[in-house]
Design a binder for this molecule. Structure first.
Ligand SMILES: Nc1nc2c(ncn2[C@@H]2O[C@H](COP(=O)(O)OP(=O)(O)OP(=O)(O)O)[C@@H](O)[C@H]2O)c(=O)[nH]1
Ligand SMILES: [Mg+2]
Length: 446
């Protein structure tokens, strides 16, 4: 029994049309009760009909209504999509009419959740739909498409099948020791088969770090002592006057963010407060935040000043970032040279010099120049990567057990765990709680 639900699934605001999505038991009849035109109960699957939404004989809107019948709809339930005029007031009136006529408001993600629970899509596909909606660049869109088209799920399902085959061989040995015609499981053979799967998993995990960066955006932090031109760099890269630039040290007190697309990749660019020992309490908080931003960063742009000698602050910043992926930039090369430090990039933000070289260097250092979306043997979602790592760790445990000649039923526990983790990626062994939490992150109408 699936209650009839409805929600506006287009953005809230004035537009040519809005779409209200309806799904669930009796949904076609319920819409028909407030629809004047064709009798929707006689509608063919996948058909669209002209008419009016009426509320107590009052015409609310002139609409087109699309009818989908179970199981051939997004949710695999009877569904209706009402295309009404896009004004906020009129869309809300249509929605209210539906709510008064037996529908309840859908929760965020409920349509996708139903599609998943009804077996229309697996969990990876559902998550990829959300990724598609939030994709900020071409590569992220490509990754989302891999997920929706089941390429990602198939990769996991194939791994699962291989693990399952091993488990079945072991279980047969444990459960039916009396059958002498079943070949006894050999540890060396087991070791071989499991190692092969571990190698495949390693391969996927190796490629996945690039996928994760593309999907989520690359957290890029600009750091340096005061007045080196951090805010100027942010503004130049974003091509807007987002941060205040001045020759007063300590201009930026807190961090400022903006998104930048280069080479199809999204950088989440963060300008920070110049790092120095300050007596000003507010500035000190800003400096602390700058330092914590370094920890969280995928990439750090360290700025040095060509017109000032390298000092302790520069050295401290270089030391703090030495284990991060970083690009050292010598700025203000239009001024007299006072700084001999060997930087990666030389630029003058004021004269617009070195910007292209910096952008190329960013792609080079992230190793994303030749990242290939059409190769679908990687994961991009942290949840998936985390579970695949756990699945792999369980197999590594199994190998340890084999090497220690442990009982085969103990080894099979690790293999089962691995299988469970893989299942969790596509949503096969999830508890209701995990699933509820996951779908709540969707937007309304999805
Ligand atoms: N000559 C020259 N001046 C520059 C260049 N880049 C930035 N400046 C100047 O340097 C001064 C400081 O620039 P900001 O971008 O505010 O420096 P910041 O690192 O953000 O400074 P804080 O926010 O105080 O830490 C400004 O007067 C800029 O115009 C450059 O390439 N050449
Ligand atoms: Mg600044």
């Amino acid at each position: 029994m699936n209650e009839a639900i409805c929600a506006i699934c287009t953005p809230y605001g004035s537009a040519a049309i809005s779409i209200i999505r309806c799904s669930g038991d009796g949904c076609i009849d319920l819409v028909n009760n407030c629809f004047k035109g064709f009798n929707l109960n006689n509608a063919l699957p996948n058909s669209i009909h002209y008419g009016h939404i009426i509320d107590n004989n009052e015409i609310i809107d002139e609409v087109m209504v699309a009818v989908f019948k179970a199981p051939k709809s997004f949710t695999a339930e009877d569904s209706v999509e009402i295309n009404c005029h896009g004004g906020i007031y009129v869309t809300n009136r249509v929605l209210r009419t539906l709510l008064r006529n037996g529908f309840r408001m859908a929760e965020p993600g409920e349509f996708s959740k139903r599609a998943f629970l009804n077996g229309r899509i697996d969990l990876v596909q559902a998550e990829s739909i959300m990724d598609m909606v939030s994709a900020k660049n071409k590569l992220a869109l490509g990754i989302a498409n891999n997920g929706i088209s089941k390429k990602t799920s198939n990769m996991i399902t194939n791994l699962k099948q291989e693990v399952l085959d091993i488990l079945v061989d072991i279980e047969v040995n444990i459960d039916y020791p009396e059958y002498t015609d079943i070949p006894e499981i050999e540890y060396s053979n087991l070791n071989n088969r499991i190692s092969k799967i571990i190698n495949k998993m390693d391969d996927i995990l190796d490629k996945s770090s690039g996928g994760k960066l593309i999907r989520e955006g690359i957290k890029t932090v600009i750091v340096g002592k005061p007045n080196v031109g951090k805010s100027s760099l942010l503004n130049t890269l974003l091509d807007e006057e987002k941060a205040i630039v001045s020759d007063i040290e300590g201009t930026t007190r807190d961090y400022i963010e903006g998104f930048l697309n280069i080479g199809g990749i999204t950088l989440n660019l963060i300008d920070t407060a110049g790092i120095r020992t300050s007596i000003d309490e507010v500035e000190q908080i800003g400096v602390k935040r700058s330092l914590s931003k370094i920890d969280e960063a995928d990439l750090v742009l360290v700025l040095l000043d060509n017109s000032r000698k390298l000092n302790d602050l520069d050295l401290e910043i270089l030391e703090k970032t030495k284990n991060k992926k970083r690009i050292i930039i010598m700025n203000k090369i239009d001024l007299n040279k006072q700084n001999d430090y060997n930087a990666d990039i030389y630029m003058s933000i004021n004269d617009n010099k070195g910007i292209d070289a910096l952008e190329d260097k960013i792609l080079e250092i992230l190793n994303l120049n030749d990242f290939n979306v059409t190769d679908s043997n990687y994961l991009s979602n942290v949840r998936h990567i985390d579970l695949l790592e756990k699945a792999k760790d369980s197999l590594v445990e199994a190998i340890k057990g084999i090497n220690n000649m442990m009982e085969v039923d103990m080894i099979s526990i690790d293999i089962k765990n691995s299988l469970d983790y893989l299942g969790e990626i596509v949503g096969e062994s999830n508890t209701e709680l995990v699933i509820d939490r996951l779908f709540q992150r969707f937007c309304l109408g999805k």
